[in-house]
Write a protein that binds this ligand. Structure first.
Ligand SMILES: [Zn+2]
Length: 149
């Protein structure tokens, strides 16, 4: 039976659905600046792996470096909003010093736009999906609840 072959299955990009990435957390309150607190915060991006030695030994307190197995199929959060211990609003910023190449045209990871093999018809649909993802980030950030700290 013919019809199984598609350009996508013929040269599918490497599986980048989950990969370990260094994540930087900024503006972490002092009471969360521990392995337990930082692993808890980093769970908004993915699965906590380990702290950077500089962070473990508190060399720098302005930014925490955490190795996280990031799920690239989901939108990456850039902010975590929550109520701090004293009831004030806390915003922890998340940055990703290195991310794999990403196609700006179809939003897939692992290659750039000039190597894109996605049919042009799909590109507009992907752009539409991007808008939805950005809205979802906002919703996800608002609903991050930190309890037990
Ligand atoms: Zn593409």
């Amino acid at each position: 039976m013919l019809g199984e072959w598609t350009p996508e299955t013929a040269c599918s990009p490497p599986d980048l659905s989950a990969m370990p990435l260094w994540v930087d957390l900024m503006n972490v309150p002092g009471y969360l600046y521990s392995k337990k607190g930082l692993s808890f915060l980093s769970r908004t991006s993915g699965k906590f792996i380990k702290l950077h030695p500089n962070t473990e030994h508190c060399v720098r307190l302005d930014v925490a470096h955490v190795l996280v197995e990031v799920d690239l199929t989901k939108p990456l959060p850039t902010k975590i909003n929550f109520k701090g211990r004293d009831g004030s609003d806390v915003v922890v910023s998340i940055t990703y010093p290195w991310l794999p190449p990403r196609c700006l045209s179809c939003s897939k990871w692992g290659y750039v736009e000039k190597d894109c093999s996605a049919p042009k018809a799909n590109v507009e649909a992907a752009k539409q999906a991007n808008v939805v993802i950005e809205q979802a980030i906002v919703v996800a950030n608002d609903s991050v609840v930190l309890e037990g700290f």
